[in-house]
Each structure stands twice: as structure tokens, then as C-alpha cells.
Ligand binder design. Sequence first.
Ligand SMILES: [Fe+2]
Length: 281
Amino acid sequence: MKIAALADIHGNYQALITIIDHVERWKPDLVYVLGDIINRGPRSRDCLHLIQQKLESDSWQAITGNHEQYVLRFNSPDAPKAGNQFELLRIIHWTYQTLSPGDVQSVTELPLEIETQLPWNHILKAVHASMSGIRVGIYPHSSQKEILGLIQPDVNLFLIGHTHQPLVKTIGKTTVVNAGSIGLPFDGDTRAGYAQITQENNQWTGKIIRIEYDLEAAHQDFFSTQFIPEGGPLAELVLTEMKLGWPQLSHWFRLYEQAVLDHKISIEDAVELYLKNPNLE
Ligand SMILES: [Fe+2]
């Protein structure tokens, strides 16, 4: 049996089409899309539509990620509409307004988790980050003990994404596979990634595949879609994440969010200052 795990597309259509082409040539029996299809990238709607098209096949399934949840917050009348709080969420609002009501409805319908009965009476569980929550990730540096506390230990195969850092580990009877990220890898390797999982002799083996894609075209998409400039100054940080293969937004927020909210610095100035010394780890 062959299973493909795809995660964290983040509106990177160029990376997605490259990965889907590779996945389809591998001919898996099952394909799991582990959330963060949309947001933090320029072509969320195109990625969502392509995944929806694939979900028409019984072999494809998808779950929600924290970025789907962020975007859905703008579907509420209480969402911020102006001010610094809004400016900090402008990327998310931009993504929201690129989606039709039907798209938003389909995002709402994505489940939080999937459990599948596999051959040999094995069980597969797929969640975005871990059993401790949609934003509590499992990292390559997480200890065996930490991982044990974050998985569902009675399953044979536990599929996750969220950290954008791939991982394959066996903990007790569970093979844990973090598929890494298609659209925004955060391990210094800008190639798109996904996981190929195979079962032989009652044993699961996970393998991370990394593939070069048209980064130049992906770069152009930031501008042709108007994500830059309409997504605001922070959209520049997302482009930097894609080009360098390291997280920037979370680091920027840690350094500047409070100062921006306290009106001590503008978002524009804080981004300009930050980009003089971007994160490389
Ligand atoms: Fe993500």
C-alpha cells in the first residue's frame, strides 16, 4: 500500500502543481492533504480549487489547518476592520477577500482530523499539528517523550504537518510522519516537499521527497496577484520566507508586534528594519 501526505501549501500554486504531478506519477492508493492549503501566499483560491478537484476522487482527503481557521475568522462580523490590529492581519484579510462565498463554505467544511482503517487492522490518524491542538507542532528536535505526549499512541500511522519541517520517527507502535511543507519549507531547503509512505510486511516506512519547482514563477505570482502590495508590508516577509526557506513572520511578530500596537514603530519601518537581518534558522 502507498500513501502520500501533502501539507502546508500556503497558496503556492507553482509548488503545488509540481508536487501533484510527482504524486500522481507515484500512483498512491491514498492521498492526505494535512491543512494550511490557503493563506500566507498569493494563490490561495487556485490551490483550494485544485485540491477540491482532487477531493472528488475517493483516494484524496483533506483536513483543516490553523491558516484555514485564521481566514474563517474574517467571515465573522467581529473581525477587525481597521487600525493596527487589522494591519497585522492584512494578509489574512487579503486571502479572505480572494475567496468566493462557496470557497469559504468549502473551507468551513474541512474536518479537523481523519481516521482511516487500513489493511492489517492498522489505523491511520491525520491532524494538522498534533493531538494537543492545531498550533502545537511536532518538530525534528522534539524528544521521544514530547512526541509521545502529542500523538495518539494507539494508531499505527500518525500524519501531521504545521511545522514546515519534515520528520519521520517511530514511537512505540506508531510511525509519525510530518510531511514538511509544499509551499513554504522552513528547513533552509527551498524545494517543495511531501511524504511517501509505504507498507511492507506489516511495517510502515516514511520517506520525504523534495522537488525543485519554478521559484521564479512563484516569485512573480506575489506581484501578478497584487498580494504585494495589497497584502501590506508583511507580504514582503512571506516572499522572503519562500526565497530563503526559513520562517520570518513569526520572528517579526516576536520582535515588533507589541511595538507596532503601542505605536512606537510603523509596520513599514519594522519590516524594513527586519529585512536587513532576516532569520536564517
Ligand atoms: Fe503552515
